[in-house]
Design a protein around this ligand. Structure first.
Ligand code: ADP
Ligand code: ADP
Length: 233
């Protein structure tokens, strides 16, 4: 069983008397230290699945086991606790706090984890150094480039040592040269032992991942590892 184990997940949205089934019985295992790209056309259910994987939302039915915990029937408070401990998020829009320095942005998840201030700074600095920004720790977001800001956001996602890193179009706001740098960083993070799941609609970006899962109309259309993709071409 994977660090992510999904069994017959369905998700419907209800609007008045109407309902729309967006995930139609997904089965999926993602194993520790895998590097997965999630692709599929707009409306295929990628965001809905990522929200469930990230414990931001619950499935309508089916089972989701994250790192040996059944999170499918947890209430919002329990889900928030699991989310803070197990998930590191990276977004297209970066989502840093503009008034905080890089090191304070990175340390933020540790505040919620109840870690003392001195230790928070030390942990945040160590991760900033890992992403190559040890010399930018006191800069605020508006004093950094897009690529540097995304590195800070990645450091923030890593600082808690979460079970999985979820990235939603992490290069969507970056030029192609900076995108390559950020994807190289994700590769290094995965090689260091992390589990990475990212959403992208760019084949070039998906090419960095070792497994590509394609959704269509709320179902898995294909699920290929790097090896099988090579043979297919
Ligand atoms: P993708 O990320 O692949 O574009 P989404 O998961 O965002 O797909 O959306 C899948 C379908 O679910 C779309 O038809 C979308 O309009 C619908 N949808 C997504 N979120 C909601 C919501 N909160 N309420 C109602 N419908 C939604
Ligand atoms: P994406 O860029 O991933 O395709 P969308 O534009 O589909 O994102 O959706 C953005 C947000 O709006 C998501 O949080 C999604 O859940 C919500 N959403 C999408 N479609 C609907 C809808 N028909 N009704 C309500 N909320 C929706």
């Amino acid at each position: 069983q994977g660090i992510i184990h999904i069994s017959d997940i369905r998700k419907s949205y209800y609007m008045g008397t109407q309902s729309l089934e967006v995930l139609k019985g997904l089965n999926l295992d993602i194993y520790k230290n895998e590097y997965v790209a999630l692709m599929g056309p707009s409306g295929s259910g990628k965001s809905t699945l990522m929200n469930i994987l990230g414990c931001l939302d619950s499935p309508t039915s089916g089972t989701y086991i994250l790192n040996n915990q059944d999170v499918s029937k947890m209430d919002d408070a329990a889900l928030a606790q699991v989310r803070n401990k197990e998930i590191g998020f990276v977004f297209q829009q970066f989502n840093l706090l503009p008034r905080l320095s890089a090191v304070d942005n990175v340390a933020l998840p540790l505040v919620y984890a109840g870690i003392a201030k001195k230790q928070r700074r030390e942990m945040a600095m160590a991760v900033l150094e890992k992403v190559g920004l040890g010399n930018r720790s006191h800069h605020k977001p508006n004093e950094m480039s897009g690529g540097q800001i995304q590195r800070v956001a990645i450091a923030r996602a890593l600082v808690n040592s979460p079970a999985i890193i979820l990235a939603d179009e992490p290069t969507g706001n970056l030029d192609s040269k900076t995108s390559v740098e950020i994807m190289d960083l994700f590769s290094a993070i995965q090689e260091a032992g992390n589990t990475v799941v990212l959403v992208t609609h760019e084949e070039d970006i998906a090419g960095y991942a070792k497994r590509v899962i394609r959704l269509r109309d709320g179902m898995v259309e294909s699920d290929q590892t790097q090896e099988s993709r090579k043979h297919a071409h």
